[in-house]
Design a protein around this ligand. Structure first.
Ligand code: GLA
Length: 702
């Protein structure tokens, strides 16, 4: 049994394969956090310490670790629930009521000691991935309203201080910029206030105690939410470190009417002694098994960067033909196909096919794409509207807009008020019509600006996100084969909330293959490779990048292309075809395998990544600038079977003299080595030239 209740002590013990999480109910009915860390099988050892205040200024409720502390009484710490009753009382006081245990899930019910407000805490164990999910539901059992001023998904406690936080910051074109900082005393807050998406911070935390990629304590978690989130991390004055995550209460208040309830998004969290690498592989495995089932993602071509808004049926057909010649499996037409969409100033909301660009509609293009044996995909941005459109003229009240204020536009567009049922229906029907009348396999769902002016209700920050999830879910129910990519001006909608509904992530509008290595790496801490779309494009800041470097960088995720392939030379077409063919062969390893960020101690700036799957492995090596007289890098692989012999082909390293004498480079030599040798002794690799890269494929030897 992964979850046990020790009746005599009123203690719940939640086991995963390697970890234990424990909490109990004390004699006051408080839900007291007891432990989170390495697995402890001897559960009889757990006990609930007596409540003891340190002084009149350090009250018990403030210093005691609770699973779900509420605002009220002498609690000055971060709390998970803040409410106001109709009589003006704002202090909450809860007591444990009962629990229900089933397989891998546990529900614990708390109730206010006076008012009819119930809190349900739900835990689900993912044993093999060492992960726990939790969420909270609050229900109003009174016949008067209750205002929920703040509700978080949960609070966690780490039995350490002096931890290092790894998280992301960034902005458009620079998503997933990793930062690491030692936690000082005081709070660290990661949050989003944009309503819809943020490139600035991502809803996850990683806290370590001197860990590396392969070893050490790491506590981590992510919130399944695609809107305003808040994570507070605080080393407490009394020892331990507190983490709280949930929907950001900033400009948000919920009114629960009689009988209403609200469930928070789930937070998923885990602990490992195996360093950052194990953390990522646990999360990736969880995502693949629970959220990303289904076939491997197809190789796509997206015409955005080739034609931008200037799409024309004939030209798209030409692009499709070239794409199929190169082995592309899915052709996606991006922005510009609908309404009066010739720039970003018009068209959003008028979702009819532009008759000048497509005189016979989209079907001739789709038929052509299908006859070439490819799937067809299309871009939409359903939550938005441009002011000049028919939609806006007919429904001026459909946008978020405060009275007596000028509506604010960004990228010339406004956000539709998805809390209105008629707007939700309009969006569902628009997508349903599009899919019913066209043979579409893939949707790229974009959202290119944050929300503002949500008005008086203060619920929109939550309701908008829920509405997006609901529409996507309804569409998926009706069209189960459809894949939907989450995009928000690049990587503004990458989170586990999206991943519970969408299938792919567009991680950045920055398609520079070198910049993308940073994005890939930080993304991979938390999110699965299979959902990471990456394209080979013409748009990057470094001239003369070899096509091989572009392909190798994009092949690290779900491969796509976005070049203007009509301008490609015969050699470029042939080369691309070869890369796509090679990708298809190794795709199962990339999309379903275990992922490793390899460390090395060479002074050369190599970027090294590895994937293992069954008895195969891939090593991706990138070197932006080579130093020809420097020694090779020694690479120790991970995750192989010690006793298996692996064959592989590796570039022959030329000596400095051979380079000087102009000896040919690029020769390969084939070797066979045991897993033990590859992981402990390692292989020596020397790449040459600027933006050099290679993929080495390790297969079980004959
Ligand atoms: C956003 C997306 C791009 C592209 C454009 C189209 O910026 O991130 O990939 O779809 O919109 O307008």
């Amino acid at each position: 049994m992964p979850i046990q209740f020790v009746k005599e002590k009123n203690i719940f013990v939640l086991h995963t394969a390697q970890t234990t999480y424990a909490f109990g109910i004390d004699n006051l009915g408080l839900l007291r956090h007891l432990y989170w860390g390495k697995r402890i099988d001897h559960i009889a050892d757990f006990e609930i310490p007596d409540l003891a205040e340190i002084s009149s200024n350090d009250p018990v409720l403030d210093l005691t670790l609770e699973e779900f502390p509420v605002f009220g009484g002498m609690r000055y710490k971060e709390t998970c629930l803040k409410a106001c009753f109709s009589d003006g009382t704002r202090d909450l006081e809860y007591k444990y009521v009962k629990y229900a245990l089933k397989d891998n899930s546990l529900q614990v019910i708390l109730r206010d000691t006076f008012y009819g407000l119930e809190i349900s805490l739900d835990y689900t164990i993912h044993e093999t991935q060492d992960l726990i999910e939790r969420k909270a539901t609050v229900t109003n059992h009174m016949d008067t309203d209750v205002a929920i001023e703040a509700i978080y998904s949960g609070q966690l406690h780490i039995p350490h201080q002096n931890l290092t936080l790894t998280a992301t910051h960034g902005h458009w074109l620079a998503e997933f910029q990793e930062f690491k900082q030692k936690l000082g005393m005081g709070k660290t807050v990661l949050e989003n206030r944009r309503g819809i998406s943020t490139h600035n911070h991502n809803p996850f935390f990683i806290l370590d105690n001197g860990a590396t990629e392969t070893l050490g304590d790491v506590y981590y978690g992510a919130l399944k939410w695609s809107g305003n989130f808040k994570a507070v991390i605080e080393p407490r004055p009394y020892g331990t470190t507190l983490i709280q995550m949930g929907v950001n209460p900033h400009d948000c208040q919920l009114t629960l009417k009689a009988g209403d309830s609200f469930t928070t998004p789930e937070m998923i969290f885990g602990y490992t002694v195996g360093g950052f690498g194990t953390m990522s592989r646990n999360l990736h495995d969880y995502a693949r098994k629970n959220l990303l089932q289904g076939a491997d993602r197809p190789v796509l071509y997206n015409s955005w960067e080739a034609t931008f808004f200037d799409v024309k049926s004939e030209e798209q057909i030409k692009l499709a033909k070239k794409a199929s010649e190169m082995g592309v499996e899915l052709f996606v037409i991006d922005d510009g196909w609908f309404g009066n969409r010739n720039s970003d100033a018009d068209g959003l909301g008028d979702w009819y096919v532009n008759p000048e660009k497509f005189p016979d509609g989209l079907n001739p293009l789709i038929r052509e794409v299908k006859s070439l044996g490819m799937k067809f995909g299309i871009w939409i941005e359903p939550e938005m509207v441009n002011p000049p459109t028919e939609l806006m003229k007919k429904n001026p009240n459909w946008i978020y807009h405060s009275k007596n204020r000028q509506p604010d536009t960004s990228r010339n567009q406004m956000v539709l008020n998805l809390t209105l049922p008629e707007v939700k229906n309009f969006i569902f029907n628009m997508i349903d019509d599009l899919l019913a009348n066209h043979d579409i396999d893939y949707i790229k769902w974009d959202a290119n600006r944050p929300i503002s002016q949500i008005g008086m209700t203060k619920e929109a920050g939550i309701r908008h996100v829920e509405a997006v999830y609901e529409i996507v879910q309804q569409i998926k129910q009706k069209y189960p084969q459809l894949l939907i990519e989450a995009c928000a001006s690049g990587g503004g909608r990458v989170d586990y909330g999206s991943l519970s509904y969408f299938d792919d992530f567009w991680t950045s509008d920055n398609t520079d293959p070198f910049d993308r290595l940073t994005i890939h790496k930080t993304y991979s801490y938390i999110y699965p490779i299979k959902a990471m779309r990456a394209w080979v494009t013409d748009h990057h800041y470094r001239p003369h990048l070899p096509l091989s470097f572009k392909f190798h960088s994009a092949m690290m995720g779900s491969l796509g292309m976005g070049c203007n392939i009509l301008n490609f030379s015969e050699e470029e077409i042939t080369e691309s075809k070869q890369f796509i063919e090679a990708y298809k062969k190794i795709r199962p390893i990339i999309q379903n395998g275990d992922f490793y960020r390899l460390e090395h101690n060479s002074t050369n700036a190599y970027h090294l990544f590895e994937y293992t799957y069954g008895e195969e492995a891939l090593l991706f090596a990138f070197l932006p600038q080579s130093h020809i007289y420097r020694a090779s890098v020694n690479i120790k692989l991970q995750g192989l079977d010690e006793n298996v012999d692996y064959s592989f082909s590796i570039p022959v390293a030329r000596s400095a003299n051979e380079i000087y004498e102009g000896l040919k480079s690029g020769n390969l030599t084939t070797k066979t080595k045991s897993g033990a040798y590859l992981m402990n002794h390692g292989i020596d690799l020397k790449l040459e030239g600027d933006y050099a890269s290679t993929i080495i494929h390790f297969k079980k030897g004959e």
